[in-house]
Design a binder for this molecule. Structure first.
Ligand SMILES: C[S@@+](CC[C@H](N)C(=O)[O-])C[C@H]1O[C@@H](n2cnc3c(N)ncnc32)[C@H](O)[C@@H]1O
Length: 300
């Protein structure tokens, strides 16, 4: 597959890459190869077919071959590419962080709607700023989206994993001026936040680990993504219980906790919230129509 005279076309390279990935058991070889060629050539998705007719350069081909071999071992495409799109952001991702999921984009949408609702409710009381926190930020997907998409938000992003925070800080550098409104801190859940924020947060949002310890996951997830980002106790709800309880002290009196969970966990979490001090709860579905986010409000 490697040519050093520049005479092989990307179409031929793509064919070889697809064959290699199909032989390795990939079910989306064509899509993977396309994303890799777009990445190594720098072409836009709309330029892909024209690019296939062009000769491959040795440098790009070497990178492509390395990517195909990594993907053939089962490594997720997102880690192989080293970046992945999330809402309007292009995030650095590698094995130190969970791969940002499309369903989490909806959780951001829900959090933005809560921020807008509270701004409306308070009128000018916020003096043009509102404080929110993303606990367990991983790549920074939620926190950085909130800061980029809501200019009134001051965002605290935390994680217990120093590795994850290193990735999040690299992504912070990529969001431009909005980065000035983001603070990143390490520590376990609320312990990462400064004491003076207690009772001050308008919205706390989290996509915590929520897979039960004994639940079987696809090997592409279990073998590659951080265990700390995935599993949380016998029913997967240990982190959610901790967040529901702790948020009572950290939210402002009419604040909202937004939690991403699995569809089969949301009714249990909603009951916990209603029995544990929240005034109202709502469950929001993702784009696939599956229940995905709990919205627990301290006031109507
Ligand atoms: C499901 S991942 C979510 C990552 C990111 N927010 C996203 O949506 O893509 C859960 C994150 O929670 C972090 N985490 C796990 N236990 C934690 C704890 N005790 N305190 C803070 N963060 C924790 C993990 O390191 C991981 O980054």
């Amino acid at each position: 597959m490697v040519a050093d005279d520049g005479t092989i076309s990307w179409a031929e390279v793509a064919e070889g890459g697809r064959a290699r990935l199909i032989a390795a058991g990939s079910s989306q070889a064509a899509l993977d190869v396309r994303r890799m060629i777009e990445d190594v050539t720098g072409c836009e998705p709309g330029e892909y077919h024209a690019t296939l007719e062009q000769p491959a350069t040795v440098r790009a081909l070497t990178r492509f071959d390395t990517m195909v071999e990594r993907r053939a071992t089962g490594e997720p495409l997102q880690y192989v590419l080293g970046r992945w799109g999330f809402r309007y952001l292009d995030l650095l991702v590698d094995r130190r962080v969970l791969i940002p999921r499309p369903e989490t984009e909806i959780v951001v949408e829900v959090a933005l709607a809560e921020i807008a609702r509270l701004i409306e409710r308070h009128g000018h009381d916020y003096n043009r700023r509102i404080t929110v926190a993303d606990l367990g930020t991983g790549s920074g997907a939620i926190a950085l989206s909130l800061a980029s998409e809501c200019k009134l938000a001051d965002v605290w992003a935390t994680d217990v994993s120093e590795d994850a925070l290193t990735v999040a800080r690299a992504n912070l550098a990529g969001i431009g001026r909005a980065a000035a409104r983001v603070q990143m801190r390490s520590g376990s859940w609320f312990a990462a936040l400064p004491d003076e924020l207690a009772g001050q947060l308008a919205v706390i949002v989290s996509n915590p680990p929520y897979v039960a310890v004994h639940e079987t996951l696809p090997s592409e997830v279990a073998d590659w993504e951080p265990e700390l980002a995935l599993r949380s106790g016998p029913d997967g709800l240990d982190a959610a219980r901790h967040l529901l309880q702790g948020a009572l002290q950290w939210l402002q009196p009419d604040g909202t906790l937004v939690l991403e969970l699995g569809a089969d966990q949301l009714s249990a979490a909603a009951e916990l919230a209603l029995g544990g001090g929240y005034r109202s709860v709502e469950v929001k579905a993702d784009l696939a129509g599956r229940d995905r986010a709990l919205v627990a409000r301290l006031a109507d």
